[in-house]
Design a protein around this ligand. Structure first.
Ligand SMILES: NC(=O)c1ccc[n+]([C@@H]2O[C@H](COP(=O)([O-])OP(=O)(O)OC[C@H]3O[C@@H](n4cnc5c(N)ncnc54)[C@H](OP(=O)(O)O)[C@@H]3O)[C@@H](O)[C@H]2O)c1
Length: 325
């Protein structure tokens, strides 16, 4: 089958990604095989090219987010049937989804509603699930008033802004100047141009010095966010967690949590693996009800995926890039 892959452990540049002919995956009793129709592009795709996972065999097929049609089901894949439209976020330690066919564990797979396209479904996996998990799994929203979402125009940010508005929160977001309009159109209440404004000063101004209740940090330097947290505030770290050596979290009842979406595949904890499917179906339902815009700003051909990954590296993108097969 046609696949985008790296050939050896020395292939650590986007230019090393090659279109190859690789055997179709063979499924186990717990897996299903799909004919891939659309895939989503994410920063993790280029990060994995730069730093391969130790468990990979070569050639290794790239890509984590896929939507397609079931063409084979393992004997344990009880409620799934050939012909159903499904989508899933796959395991980064295994062969990926930038291919004509891909396999998935049956309990991580979610159904695509009839009025949601394969492209829309593929676009809300890694980034959408991360935004969903941050807002609906990592913190209690009760008693919370506002949220700071960094990188509001990115894949995670565009979905997080909309979910936070649905949850009734006041949204403050940080972006580059040219990305201001899109985050305003998604409902952001306060937009900070982080290149030209002091983010902490602006937060103090907006919150009258109280700080924010929830912060989603998907940009790094989480220590800077500690000073922006309100009493009982919660910091959700999507990249690294802060060094707390010189910071007393308990003096203001604050909390810090880490989010590692795909790591659940390596944990093999079935309850949390199932939750990938539960969260994906919740996001797809919001799209089908016109309550969530997946913010697909670019649709590309399969062979152009490496170019799309270059755009992600250069921070040129807004929302999501999807590729169709
Ligand atoms: N832990 C996990 O499970 C998990 C899951 C999903 C994503 N992630 C990670 O989360 C990050 C965001 O993912 P994504 O899909 O949203 O990426 P994305 O679509 O590429 O968006 C990232 C955006 O962040 C902005 N940015 C960079 N530095 C910033 C700063 N200091 N302040 C504000 N904005 C800044 C850039 O836009 P500007 O032009 O405005 O600078 C960039 O386009 C990536 O590093 C990704 O790997 C982790």
């Amino acid at each position: 089958m046609k696949s985008l892959a790296v050939q050896s452990k020395d292939d650590t540049k986007i230019s090393n990604i090659k279109l190859m002919n690789i055997d179709e995956p063979v499924i186990s009793d717990d897996e299903i095989l799909i004919k891939v129709h659309a895939v989503g592009l994410n920063p993790v795709d280029y990060k994995l090219v730069e730093q391969h996972n130790k468990a990979w065999n070569y050639p290794h097929i790239l890509g984590l987010d896929a939507a397609g049609e079931i063409i084979k089901v393992g004997t344990n894949s009880k409620n799934l049937k050939i012909g159903q439209r499904v989508f899933f976020h796959s395991d980064l330690s295994k062969d990926g989804v930038f291919a004509e066919y891909a396999k998935a564990k049956y309990n991580t797979v979610a159904h695509i509603p009839d009025n949601v396209t394969y492209e829309e479904a593929a676009s809300i996996l890694c980034s959408g699930l991360t935004a969903y998990q941050a807002i609906y799994r990592k913190v209690s929203l009760s008693g919370k008033k506002n949220i700071l979402i960094h990188a509001g125009a990115g894949g995670v940010g565009t979905i997080a802004i909309q979910l936070a508005k649905i949850a009734g929160l006041t949204v403050i977001t940080t972006v580059s100047e040219f990305k201001k309009d899109i985050v305003k159109s998604l409902g952001a209440d306060y937009v900070i141009d982080y290149h030209n404004e002091n983010v902490t000063d602006r937060i103090n101004e907006i919150t009258n010095g109280d700080g924010v209740d929830i912060i989603i940090n998907d940009i790094g330097n989480p220590e800077e966010d500690l000073a922006r947290l309100a009493y009982n505030g919660a910091l959700i770290c999507i990249l690294e967690t802060p060094d707390l050596t010189n910071y007393n979290l308990s003096s203001k009842g604050q909390s810090v949590s880490s989010l590692n979406l795909g790591g659940v595949h390596q944990s093999n904890y079935q309850n949390q693996l199932n939750d990938l499917s539960v969260m994906a179906e919740a996001l797809a339902k919001l799209i089908s009800e016109n309550k969530l815009d997946p913010v697909i700003t670019k649709r590309i051909k399969f062979k152009d995926i490496p170019k799309g990954l270059e755009e992600l590296i250069n921070h040129k993108t807004i929302g999501k890039i999807v590729a169709t097969i």
